[in-house]
Design a binder for this molecule. Structure first.
Ligand code: SIN
Length: 500
């Protein structure tokens, strides 16, 4: 029996729960223009309402953009060192409030407290990272062909940045975008996912405390108005940059809407990561990496191991040992310290996982463990059995779509060439994993995979120093790394006549 052992009452720093949107330094309840409407934030483990927030609309969004636009006039003149100090202070405050931030995240997202704590540290690492990057921004002195000229370039913040972040990483996806934007000298309008806005609001409270000025951070809370809010951010000419993490379908729509104002875009869209285990892999490394890549966040990461390809020589042994390990994973409330797999964040994820399992069975897949929602565990939420399916085939639905649930499907392959072809037979390319003890092979395969990121002998691609992003239908632009800040900068060149 699992129980929800904690609630928002257990938050020590009550300031972290403003339950309002943030525009121009004012914490605002719902506006008259939106009919004073509100929405509920629900705990996916219990289905209890955690909080009721203003359902902000396009007018609120336009007001937030105006505030960010005005704030940009002075914020762009702050020095990189001043911004770096604020980012470091913000990071320190995240660490100081880590227990509270993690509990808020677990309650609204469902992930385990251990994972939430890990995400707070990961999220804060982007603030520290971009604090260092802020002071590294520099231009060039370019040798001129015309000796009467001198040419220099410098980089400037692009302007107001709209940051649209997903529910699966309620803190880290905000700091990865906004940390970079603020480091560059941009002001921001955040649109966190309607399922997990409480983490974003808590983060904004700490950003204010860290000294970010009025209007530099604005937060729009919205669930059912998401389409009009998104469209306003895309079409508003005062927004110069839009960064979105979410589905390929929505990414394409936002890109269309942004075309009228030719905004600079970063799109981190859907993935369908191949996880490739070669015969020469160390079994314990392969198992550890597979469990992490597939079951972290209950399978709800953009880089989850969606297609697990195992070479024929170890296929049966890998399937057997993986199943044994998976049988031991405890499913339950994220607040329960024994839990490894929390609830799914949405009911629709349960339906999608079931449709993938049914489709696999129809095409000859063998469900060797799990296979559906959990039975009664004393909580009403969206709990799903960790599931293993063998005999997966290319024609199955899971080959083309992300499952976003704790369901692992094993495909058998014979040769390196074959698996590269299978892995690349996909319209998206975000993450990938290669498990092998052969270093030459890891290089060959990494170079051949059509993806933005390759993990070798590990199950997680998260590191603030490493650029995160994809190719093909997974979008473009990079977050984190030395590239991340450039997404919020423009290069200006200056040509000087030095003739007498
Ligand atoms: C994602 O799923 O988009 C983020 C994963 C990560 O940064 O680890």
């Amino acid at each position: 029996m699992s129980t929800q052992e904690k609630s928002l009452q257990d938050i020590q720093n009550k300031k972290l729960l403003p339950n309002k949107g943030l525009i121009n330094g004012q914490w605002l309840a719902s506006s008259a223009s939106s009919g004073n409407s509100t929405f509920d934030v629900v705990d996916p483990a219990t289905l209890d309402v955690l909080a009721t927030l203003p359902e902000m609309d396009k007018h609120d969004t336009a007001t937030a953009v105006d505030a960010a636009f005005e704030a940009f006039k002075s914020f762009k003149k702050t020095t990189a060192r001043q911004r770096a100090r604020m980012l470091r202070k913000w990071s320190d405050l995240c660490h100081e409030n880590a227990e509270d931030l993690a509990l808020i995240m677990t309650l609204e997202n469902g992930k385990t407290l251990a994972e939430s704590k890990g995400e707070v540290v990961y999220g804060a690492s982007f603030l520290e990272w971009f604090a260092t990057q802020a002071e590294m921004v520099h231009g060039e002195v370019v040798p001129p062909a015309n000796l009467n000229q001198r040419i220099v370039t410098f980089k400037q913040p692009i302007g107001v940045a709209a940051c649209l972040s997903p529910w699966n990483f309620p803190i880290a996806m905000i700091t990865r975008k906004c940390g970079a934007a603020l480091a560059a000298g941009c002001t921001t309008v955040w649109k966190p996912a309607g399922e997990t806005p409480l983490s974003a609001l808590a983060l904004a409270v700490l950003a204010e405390e860290a000294g970010f000025p009025r209007g530099s951070i604005n937060v729009i809370t919205s669930l059912t108005t998401v389409a009009e809010v998104g469209e306003e951010l895309c079409r508003n000419p005062k927004v110069h940059k839009l960064s979105f993490t979410g589905s390929t379908r929505v990414g394409k729509l936002l890109m269309q809407q942004c075309s009228s104002t030719l905004k600079k875009l970063s799109l981190e869209l859907g993935g369908n990561s191949p996880f490739i285990v070669f015969d020469d892999a160390k079994m314990s490394t392969a198992l550890d990496a597979a469990i992490l890549a597939k079951f972290r966040n209950s399978g709800q990461t953009c880089v989850t191991a969606n297609r697990v390809f195992v070479q024929a020589g170890i296929y049966d042994e890998f399937a057997k040992q993986l199943t044994e390990r998976i049988k031991k994973l405890k499913v339950g409330a994220g607040t329960d310290s024994d839990t490894f797999v929390g609830p799914l964040t949405h009911e629709r994820a349960v339906k999608k996982a079931m449709s993938h399992i049914d489709d696999a069975k129809k095409h000859g897949g063998q469900v060797v463990y799990g296979g559906g929602p959990m039975g009664d565990i004393g909580l009403k939420g969206y709990f799903f059995q960790p599931t293993v399916i063998t005999c997966m085939k290319q024609e199955m639905l899971t080959t083309r779509e992300e499952t976003f649930a704790p369901v692992v499907g094993l495909y058998k392959f014979e040769t390196e060439e074959e698996v590269i072809e299978l892995a690349n037979d996909c319209d998206v390319g975000l993450g990938s994993f290669v498990i092998t003890e052969n270093m030459a092979r890891s290089w060959r395969v990494a170079e051949a995979l059509e993806v933005g990121m390759v993990g070798v002998n590990l199950g997680m691609l998260s590191a603030c120093e490493s650029p995160f992003g994809g190719v093909k239908g997974s979008g473009f632009g990079r977050e984190g790394g030395t590239q991340g800040i450039n997404e919020y900068l423009v290069v200006k060149s200056m040509l000087i006549n030095v003739a007498n």
